[in-house]
Design a protein. Structure first.
Length: 268
């Protein structure tokens, strides 16, 4: 079924000009799976709606989507965390997640190209991240957990074992101007639970983040490090809540949401 908002936008002769023109959106597992309880189809549909509007306006957009393992665990009703269970969950979960994204973009006059990236394919993946390909549709990328090395020591150094790192890799590969890390909190939070709107020095927030802890592969501290590195390289780099209304569109317009990272010097 065609989304009439996107359909109307598609036919507009004069499209909105967004601040962001090359954008990478990374979505965390708990956001995709509603806290690991179910695949949040409504959320995926809404992100596809926003991404479609941006695409029709000429914005090059890549989505780095976590959630394969958690989706698989939900489907096959397992909770084991050992490497073999993770691979089994990823195998089934990725098929479901791919189907969700393809279905979500269906009827929006946008083709969704879903690509799984293993560690030894990173350089080849760069060849797909061209203007020509990104002009065809919205790319949805995920690290291929079903085939990645199962050694925890090896995984710590792998880009594709952590989708925050993969998103940073993609951002550099397409020379993005905006990188948006979507999670299930409103940004980096201080001791009182309030959003810190701007971070320049990571050492100023390290204690509160590590004390609170976080789930997922990279966790909030890992997101902050990747976001800060991208900011130093000249990008608008932001951590925000994926459930914020029209978050992609508002960030693409230049609105300040969540936590934005500055270009200042860093010790990490």
């Amino acid at each position: 079924m065609v989304n009439h908002e996107v359909e109307s936008y598609y036919h507009q002769e004069k499209k909105e000009r967004f601040v962001a023109q090359r954008m990478v959106v990374k979505i965390g597992s708990s956001t995709i799976t509603e806290g690991k309880t179910r695949v949040d189809t409504e959320f995926i549909n809404d992100i596809a709606r926003q991404a479609s509007i941006l695409f029709h306006a000429g914005v090059k957009i890549v989505i780095v989507s976590s959630g394969a393992v958690d989706t698989g665990n939900i489907l096959i009703r397992q909770s084991g965390k050992d490497s073999q269970n993770k691979k089994k969950a990823a195998l089934f979960g990725q098929s479901e997640l791919t189907a969700q994204w393809v279905t979500a973009f269906g009827g929006l006059k946008v083709i969704a190209g879903v690509h799984l990236v293993s560690e030894d394919e990173l350089e080849k993946a760069k060849e797909l991240l061209t203007d020509e390909i990104m002009s065809v549709g919205v790319l949805v990328i995920n690290g291929y957990d079903a085939v990645n090395d199962d050694s925890e020591e090896e995984r710590r150094n792998m880009i594709t074992a952590d989708n925050d790192k993969l998103a940073a890799f993609v951002s550099r590969s397409i020379n993005a101007d905006t990188s948006l890390f979507l999670t299930d909190v409103d940004g980096v939070l201080d001791e009182k639970g309030s959003v810190i709107p701007f971070v320049d020095r990571l050492e100023d927030i390290e204690d509160v983040i590590i004390e609170k802890g976080s789930g997922g592969t990279g966790g909030m501290w890992g997101k902050c490090i990747d976001a800060k590195h991208l900011a130093r390289e000249g990008q608008r780099s932001i951590i925000a809540n994926g459930k914020t209304s029209n978050v992609l569109l508002r960030i693409a317009r230049g609105e300040n949401l969540g936590t934005r990272f500055g270009k200042g010097w860093m010790i990490y």
